[in-house]
Structure formats: structure tokens, C-alpha cells
Ligand binder design. Structure first.
Ligand code: FE2
Length: 81
């Protein structure tokens, strides 16, 4: 996060949504401060179930910025084959 939340901008929370089979999606909200970073999966994450780990689909996005400007630096680690 390059900007200062609540000073440079309001709104603009980082939102992550876990897709769960036969259940409501579960959103998670992160509000990193200036200089802080969030590491997150852009597509799947491993989740432990009763029969070991399985893939859970993850979505990510940003809630509406209400005032000001929100600047972030994104670094994508792409596992290309
Ligand atoms: Fe993205």
C-alpha cells in the first residue's frame, strides 16, 4: 500500500472471496496500512478437508474508493510452464 488509508483515500478495502460448494461465498476484507503488503492467491488456495487438502477457488478485488486516490504496487509471481 503506497497511500495512507483514511487520509489519502476512504473506501478501497481489499476484498477476497472464497467460493464454497453448496454454501454462500465467504468474503474477507483487508485494510493494509501505508507500507504494508498483502500476499494472496489469485485463483486457488489449498484448504484442508476431512479427506486431505483440496482446491478452493478464490476471487479478489477492491471495494469502491469513496474519496481521494488509492495507489498500490502489485507484484505478480506467475508460475509459468
Ligand atoms: Fe488482480
Amino acid at each position: 500500500m503506497l497511500s495512507k488509508p483514511d487520509e489519502d483515500f476512504t473506501g478501497g478495502e481489499s476484498v477476497f472471496v472464497e467460493q464454497r460448494p453448496r454454501q454462500q461465498p465467504r468474503p474477507m476484507v483487508a485494510r493494509p496500512g501505508q507500507g504494508q503488503a498483502v500476499i494472496f492467491p489469485v485463483r486457488h488456495r489449498p484448504k484442508q478437508g476431512t479427506r486431505g487438502y483440496h482446491r478452493v477457488q478464490m476471487r479478489h478485488g477492491v471495494s469502491a474508493v469513496h474519496t481521494g486516490d488509492r495507489h498500490v504496487l502489485g507484484i505478480i509471481f506467475h508460475n509459468a510452464r
